[in-house]
Write a protein that binds this ligand. Structure first.
Ligand SMILES: *Cc1c(COP(=O)(O)O)cnc(C)c1O
Length: 248
């Protein structure tokens, strides 16, 4: 698809975000930006991709989607832009085949059954699928993700599969209005990440922080932040195919 004209609001939003990310890194290594494009139509994704491409400090083009089906529908129109696709929503095992084919990263691996299914379906000709272990850091009943004490076993299952590449950890802390508690959750994630890195020195990604709290997450050691609304503006209502929440 040829790049549509830049929307005037995206460029200042992106510049503000990149400046905020650099300030939060405080001279340390910069965090990567994952643009979260759930519910955004392909033309909006193409506009943000064009804006990102014009900012070398934004790093490689990477977009995050929550639903496998929605990504499959959007990707053909965006083929050729060199986008790296990340799945950041809960993944049902029966969608593992499509996910393993359509994504470069799956950030939401939280059980061994999914490790097996993704490894089985990643085609031999494809590069290993990058995976993050999702941790339910605030132990919320409503959230997916493994318990902190299950990280080691899952990591071992992943590294035993040549079709998968263990890259690190991901978390969605509780949306606590108390920013000190959110910060504490990010700090616990950093502790888990460092412990895991001691055993798996190849890992390089700690995915945490969204539009509201990316600066806090970077200050606590996030290496990748997932930002949607601060970049695209408010999300449009979900399309009918994207609305049906995928049952657990
Ligand atoms: C939607 C979503 C985001 C982005 O949220 P914003 O508040 O729009 O930045 C990040 N991570 C996950 C897992 C999401 O579902």
């Amino acid at each position: 698809m040829s790049a549509p004209p830049l929307s005037p609001s995206i460029v200042p939003a992106l510049d503000a975000l990149l400046a905020g990310m650099a300030a939060a890194a405080a001279g340390g290594p910069p965090a990567r930006l994952l643009a979260v494009s759930k519910t955004q139509p392909a033309d909006a994704v193409a506009r943000v991709a064009a804006a990102l491409r014009a900012r070398p400090s934004a790093g490689p083009l990477a977009f995050g989607e929550n639903y496998v089906q929605e990504a499959l529908e959007k990707q053909p129109a965006l083929a050729g832009l060199g986008i790296e696709w990340h799945l950041i929503g809960h993944l049902q095992s029966n969608k593992a085949k499509d996910a393993a084919a359509a994504f470069d990263w799956v950030q939401t691996v939280d059980r061994e059954k999914l490790v097996e299914a993704l490894a089985r379906h990643r085609a031999p000709g494809q590069r290993p699928l990058n995976v993050l272990i999702q941790v339910n850091i605030d132990d919320e009943a409503s959230k997916h993700g493994c318990r902190p004490e299950d990280v080691d076993a899952l990591a071992n299952a992943i590294v035993a599969r040549p079709q998968l590449a263990l890259r690190g950890l991901m978390a969605i802390p509780a949306p606590d209005p108390d920013m000190d508690r959110r910060r504490a959750a990010f700090r616990r994630m950093r502790g888990l990440f460092d412990a895991l890195a001691a055993r798996h020195p190849g890992i390089d990604t700690l995915s945490m922080g969204m539009s509201e709290d990316y600066a806090l997450a970077i200050a606590e050691g996030a290496t990748l932040v997932r930002v949607g609304s601060a970049l695209f503006g408010a999300r449009p209502p979900k399309s009918p195919t994207a609305t049906a929440p995928e049952p657990a």
